[in-house]
Design a protein around this ligand. Structure first.
Ligand SMILES: [Zn+2]
Length: 232
Protein backbone atom coordinates (compact mmCIF):
# COMPACT_ATOMS: atom_id res chain seq x y z
CA UNK A 1 0.00 0.00 0.00
CA UNK A 2 1.26 3.42 -0.94
CA UNK A 3 1.37 5.87 1.94
CA UNK A 4 -0.15 9.29 1.17
CA UNK A 5 2.50 12.00 1.04
CA UNK A 6 0.92 14.18 3.74
CA UNK A 7 0.65 11.19 6.08
CA UNK A 8 4.25 10.23 5.41
CA UNK A 9 5.51 13.72 6.24
CA UNK A 10 3.32 13.80 9.37
CA UNK A 11 4.87 10.54 10.56
CA UNK A 12 8.38 11.75 9.71
CA UNK A 13 7.67 14.96 11.58
CA UNK A 14 6.72 12.96 14.65
CA UNK A 15 10.19 11.47 14.86
CA UNK A 16 12.24 14.24 13.26
CA UNK A 17 10.31 17.46 13.91
CA UNK A 18 11.34 20.48 11.87
CA UNK A 19 12.80 23.16 14.11
CA UNK A 20 12.97 26.94 13.88
CA UNK A 21 16.38 27.99 12.57
CA UNK A 22 16.43 30.99 14.90
CA UNK A 23 15.33 29.55 18.28
CA UNK A 24 15.45 25.75 17.64
CA UNK A 25 11.85 25.40 18.88
CA UNK A 26 9.61 22.87 17.11
CA UNK A 27 7.76 24.38 14.15
CA UNK A 28 3.99 24.20 13.91
CA UNK A 29 2.40 22.49 10.93
CA UNK A 30 1.88 25.71 8.95
CA UNK A 31 5.30 27.19 9.77
CA UNK A 32 8.54 26.70 7.89
CA UNK A 33 12.20 27.67 8.44
CA UNK A 34 11.59 30.34 11.14
CA UNK A 35 8.73 30.25 13.66
CA UNK A 36 6.10 33.01 13.66
CA UNK A 37 7.21 34.27 17.07
CA UNK A 38 10.85 34.68 15.95
CA UNK A 39 9.80 36.25 12.65
CA UNK A 40 7.80 38.80 14.62
CA UNK A 41 10.50 39.50 17.21
CA UNK A 42 13.67 39.53 15.08
CA UNK A 43 15.57 42.83 15.49
CA UNK A 44 14.56 44.57 12.25
CA UNK A 45 16.47 47.80 11.55
CA UNK A 46 13.64 49.54 9.65
CA UNK A 47 16.44 51.08 7.56
CA UNK A 48 14.05 51.34 4.61
CA UNK A 49 11.85 53.72 6.62
CA UNK A 50 14.73 55.93 7.83
CA UNK A 51 16.32 58.51 5.51
CA UNK A 52 20.11 58.60 6.02
CA UNK A 53 20.01 55.38 8.05
CA UNK A 54 23.15 53.86 9.63
CA UNK A 55 23.89 51.56 6.68
CA UNK A 56 23.71 54.47 4.24
CA UNK A 57 25.96 56.63 6.42
CA UNK A 58 28.49 53.78 6.74
CA UNK A 59 28.77 53.50 2.94
CA UNK A 60 29.04 57.22 2.28
CA UNK A 61 32.48 58.43 1.33
CA UNK A 62 33.50 54.90 0.24
CA UNK A 63 30.97 54.38 -2.52
CA UNK A 64 28.56 56.63 -4.36
CA UNK A 65 25.42 54.88 -3.25
CA UNK A 66 21.76 55.65 -3.97
CA UNK A 67 20.24 53.74 -1.05
CA UNK A 68 21.64 51.28 1.49
CA UNK A 69 19.61 49.10 3.85
CA UNK A 70 20.16 46.15 6.18
CA UNK A 71 17.32 43.94 7.27
CA UNK A 72 18.43 42.90 10.77
CA UNK A 73 20.71 44.02 13.54
CA UNK A 74 23.57 41.59 14.19
CA UNK A 75 24.61 41.04 17.81
CA UNK A 76 27.00 38.37 19.12
CA UNK A 77 25.26 35.28 20.61
CA UNK A 78 21.88 36.37 19.27
CA UNK A 79 19.23 34.63 17.16
CA UNK A 80 20.51 36.61 14.17
CA UNK A 81 24.04 35.30 14.70
CA UNK A 82 22.61 31.77 14.91
CA UNK A 83 20.75 32.31 11.62
CA UNK A 84 23.79 33.70 9.79
CA UNK A 85 26.00 30.93 11.12
CA UNK A 86 23.64 28.20 9.93
CA UNK A 87 23.24 29.84 6.55
CA UNK A 88 26.98 30.16 5.97
CA UNK A 89 28.52 27.17 7.67
CA UNK A 90 25.82 24.56 8.34
CA UNK A 91 24.78 23.85 4.77
CA UNK A 92 21.45 25.68 5.05
CA UNK A 93 21.41 27.87 1.92
CA UNK A 94 17.59 27.74 1.70
CA UNK A 95 17.52 29.90 4.82
CA UNK A 96 19.08 32.69 2.73
CA UNK A 97 16.27 32.36 0.21
CA UNK A 98 13.66 32.44 2.98
CA UNK A 99 15.17 35.66 4.40
CA UNK A 100 15.24 37.08 0.86
CA UNK A 101 11.51 36.39 0.59
CA UNK A 102 10.85 38.13 3.92
CA UNK A 103 12.93 41.22 3.08
CA UNK A 104 11.80 41.36 -0.55
CA UNK A 105 8.17 41.38 0.62
CA UNK A 106 8.84 44.19 3.13
CA UNK A 107 10.63 46.34 0.53
CA UNK A 108 8.12 45.65 -2.22
CA UNK A 109 5.31 46.92 0.02
CA UNK A 110 6.65 50.46 -0.11
CA UNK A 111 8.15 50.06 -3.62
CA UNK A 112 11.54 50.82 -2.14
CA UNK A 113 13.62 49.39 -5.00
CA UNK A 114 11.03 49.87 -7.74
CA UNK A 115 13.56 51.68 -9.99
CA UNK A 116 16.23 48.96 -9.66
CA UNK A 117 17.07 47.20 -12.97
CA UNK A 118 19.00 44.19 -11.71
CA UNK A 119 20.19 42.44 -8.56
CA UNK A 120 23.79 41.26 -8.17
CA UNK A 121 24.84 39.20 -5.13
CA UNK A 122 28.42 39.57 -3.90
CA UNK A 123 30.24 36.52 -5.27
CA UNK A 124 32.46 34.18 -3.30
CA UNK A 125 35.90 33.42 -4.58
CA UNK A 126 35.83 30.26 -6.71
CA UNK A 127 37.92 28.39 -4.17
CA UNK A 128 35.61 29.26 -1.27
CA UNK A 129 32.56 28.47 -3.40
CA UNK A 130 34.00 25.05 -4.19
CA UNK A 131 34.60 24.38 -0.49
CA UNK A 132 31.15 25.54 0.70
CA UNK A 133 29.18 24.35 -2.31
CA UNK A 134 26.95 27.43 -2.43
CA UNK A 135 26.98 31.20 -2.08
CA UNK A 136 24.63 32.30 0.72
CA UNK A 137 24.31 35.82 -0.74
CA UNK A 138 23.13 34.29 -4.01
CA UNK A 139 20.32 32.48 -2.18
CA UNK A 140 19.37 35.72 -0.42
CA UNK A 141 19.40 37.26 -3.91
CA UNK A 142 17.13 34.57 -5.36
CA UNK A 143 14.53 35.13 -2.65
CA UNK A 144 14.68 38.94 -2.87
CA UNK A 145 14.60 38.89 -6.69
CA UNK A 146 11.47 36.74 -6.66
CA UNK A 147 9.59 39.08 -4.33
CA UNK A 148 10.87 42.32 -5.89
CA UNK A 149 10.20 41.01 -9.41
CA UNK A 150 13.73 41.87 -10.62
CA UNK A 151 16.28 39.80 -12.51
CA UNK A 152 19.30 38.48 -10.61
CA UNK A 153 22.60 38.45 -12.50
CA UNK A 154 25.20 35.85 -11.56
CA UNK A 155 27.88 36.25 -14.19
CA UNK A 156 28.75 39.94 -14.06
CA UNK A 157 30.90 40.28 -10.97
CA UNK A 158 33.49 37.83 -9.72
CA UNK A 159 36.21 37.83 -7.11
CA UNK A 160 39.73 38.19 -8.41
CA UNK A 161 41.52 37.62 -5.13
CA UNK A 162 40.90 35.08 -2.40
CA UNK A 163 40.66 36.88 0.96
CA UNK A 164 43.15 34.55 2.59
CA UNK A 165 45.73 35.24 -0.11
CA UNK A 166 45.60 39.02 -0.02
CA UNK A 167 49.13 40.33 -0.03
CA UNK A 168 50.54 43.45 1.51
CA UNK A 169 50.88 44.88 -2.00
CA UNK A 170 47.14 44.32 -2.58
CA UNK A 171 46.32 46.19 0.59
CA UNK A 172 48.53 49.09 -0.48
CA UNK A 173 46.96 49.31 -3.92
CA UNK A 174 43.54 49.18 -2.29
CA UNK A 175 44.46 52.07 -0.02
CA UNK A 176 45.48 53.95 -3.15
CA UNK A 177 41.99 53.43 -4.51
CA UNK A 178 42.88 50.75 -7.03
CA UNK A 179 40.40 47.95 -6.42
CA UNK A 180 41.73 44.57 -7.39
CA UNK A 181 39.32 42.42 -5.43
CA UNK A 182 36.56 42.16 -8.00
CA UNK A 183 36.43 41.94 -11.77
CA UNK A 184 33.57 42.40 -14.22
CA UNK A 185 32.84 40.19 -17.17
CA UNK A 186 32.02 41.65 -20.57
CA UNK A 187 28.85 39.62 -20.92
CA UNK A 188 26.34 42.35 -20.18
CA UNK A 189 26.12 46.08 -20.68
CA UNK A 190 24.95 47.77 -17.49
CA UNK A 191 25.68 51.38 -18.44
CA UNK A 192 23.05 53.69 -16.94
CA UNK A 193 21.40 50.84 -15.02
CA UNK A 194 20.47 50.87 -11.35
CA UNK A 195 22.08 47.85 -9.69
CA UNK A 196 21.15 46.45 -6.29
CA UNK A 197 24.18 44.79 -4.68
CA UNK A 198 23.42 42.18 -2.01
CA UNK A 199 25.58 40.76 0.73
CA UNK A 200 24.97 38.70 3.88
CA UNK A 201 26.45 40.86 6.65
CA UNK A 202 27.49 44.49 6.51
CA UNK A 203 30.46 44.52 8.89
CA UNK A 204 32.68 47.09 7.27
CA UNK A 205 31.98 48.93 4.06
CA UNK A 206 35.13 47.46 2.41
CA UNK A 207 33.70 44.54 0.41
CA UNK A 208 30.57 46.28 -0.84
CA UNK A 209 32.46 49.48 -1.62
CA UNK A 210 35.07 47.54 -3.58
CA UNK A 211 32.42 45.63 -5.56
CA UNK A 212 30.35 48.76 -6.15
CA UNK A 213 33.32 50.82 -7.31
CA UNK A 214 34.34 48.05 -9.70
CA UNK A 215 30.86 48.24 -11.29
CA UNK A 216 30.93 52.06 -11.40
CA UNK A 217 34.32 51.98 -13.16
CA UNK A 218 33.19 49.40 -15.67
CA UNK A 219 29.74 50.84 -16.42
CA UNK A 220 29.80 54.64 -16.31
CA UNK A 221 26.41 56.11 -15.52
CA UNK A 222 25.22 53.12 -13.54
CA UNK A 223 23.83 53.65 -10.05
CA UNK A 224 24.37 51.38 -7.05
CA UNK A 225 22.16 50.53 -4.10
CA UNK A 226 22.89 48.07 -1.33
CA UNK A 227 20.94 45.60 0.80
CA UNK A 228 22.24 43.11 3.35
CA UNK A 229 20.64 40.54 5.65
CA UNK A 230 22.28 41.94 8.76
CA UNK A 231 24.34 44.85 9.94
CA UNK A 232 27.02 44.36 12.60
ZN1 LIG B 1 11.81 30.51 16.56
Amino acid sequence: MKMPKAFKSAVLNLFFPEVCMACSGILLHQESTICTKCLFHLPYTDDHLIPNNESFILMQGKLRVERAVSMLRFRPSSRVEHLIHQMKYANKPQLGKFLGHVYGTLLKEIQYFEDVDAIIPIPLHARRFAKRGYNQSEYFGMGSAQRLGKPMLRNVLYRAIHNATQTKKDLVSRAEGVDKFFRCSNELDLHDKHILLLDDVLTTEATLASAGNTLLDKFPGCRISIATIAKA
